[in-house]
Design a protein around this ligand. Structure first.
Ligand code: SF4
Ligand code: SF4
Length: 280
């Protein structure tokens, strides 16, 4: 079973929830798909690392074969091609490697080269298999890295897999959530937090995925995110109080359930609730 953990923005507690759930699950897998800012490995500190480089195809033009017909320029939806001063230019940084220009060129003027956009690090921490996608700075899209991370994850359907998703609601998040069996949305108790929760709820709901909400950093007073859940009838899976001790454990790069028995029990109960919701 694959459980995706999402939030409307970074810093909400998505990694805290997914790392601690994976740790209490025993034999489990943790996939860090937050490829722009992966930090689950900073907590797990996995050993025996295997590194796989991820590359994409970039078109290379043979100027001698190019007749300047601009069919490729018109085709490219990302404006990654321009025909200037009788020369075709490829802007590698914004090319999405769709391969379309290679197909539409009537002169067969294109070939392709590999361009490395990042890597996947795979290692083990305790009983958890830790897989982290890491995108190189300045790259346009981390989707190929996420696709590679998710590849083969259906081979062992009994293994509990926790997917730490990218923040927000962009297409990269949709790519990550597409194969998930259940979604856990993490939200802060502020108006901004409720707004972010509403956006990510809309996305997960549109994709037809079952979901529940974990409320994080709970304090006395109003909680607009809780109000949103009640209004929409969303299951509240658990509420994590605002706790300086938890903040301290986190800031030291430690995993709360390894350091504190109370948090271990709390996350074990959260996992039980999630599994009951996901497999009614
Ligand atoms: S591969 Fe796709 S995105 Fe890249 S230049 Fe060609 S058409 Fe544009
Ligand atoms: S489609 Fe081919 S021939 Fe036409 S401008 Fe592009 S590279 Fe040149």
């Amino acid at each position: 079973m694959k459980i995706a953990v999402l939030s409307g923005k970074g810093g909400t507690g998505k990694t805290l929830v997914s790392v601690n759930l994976a740790e209490v699950a025993g034999q489990a897998r943790y996939l860090d798909c937050d490829v722009e800012e992966p930090n689950g490995h900073l907590f797990f500190k996995p050993g025996d690392l295997e590194i796989e480089r991820v590359a994409v195809k970039i078109p290379v033009v043979d100027q001698d074969k190019c007749t300047g017909c601009r069919k490729c320029v018109d085709f490219c939806q990302f404006n990654a091609l321009a025909y200037i001063r009788e020369e075709l230019i490829v802007f590698e940084e914004i090319c999405h490697s769709c391969g379309g220009c290679v197909l539409v060129c009537p002169e067969k003027a294109f070939s392709e080269k590999d361009k490395e956009i990042g890597r996947i690090e795979r290692g083990v921490s305790g009983q958890v298999q830790v897989h982290s996608g890491i995108m190189n700075t300045g790259e346009e899209s981390g989707i190929p890295i996420i696709d590679r991370l998710l590849e083969g994850q259906d081979d062992d359907p009994d293994l509990l897999t926790f997917i730490d998703c990218p923040p927000g609601t962009s297409c990269i998040v949709m790519e990550t959530v597409a194969g998930a069996d259940y979604c856990v949305l993490v939200a802060e108790p502020t108006i901004f937090g409720a707004h972010n929760l509403a956006m990510v709820y809309q996305l997960v709901n549109l994709m037809g995925k079952p979901l529940g909400v974990v409320l994080n950093k709970i304090q006395e007073g109003d909680n607009p995110s809780e109000a949103f859940c009640l209004e929409k009838g969303l299951p509240i899976l658990g509420s994590i109080p605002f706790d300086q001790k938890l903040g301290l454990i986190n800031s030291k790069g430690e995993i709360a359930v390894r350091e504190d028995q109370g948090y271990r029990i709390w996350f074990e109960e959260l996992l039980t609730v999630i599994l009951e919701e996901a497999c009614p």
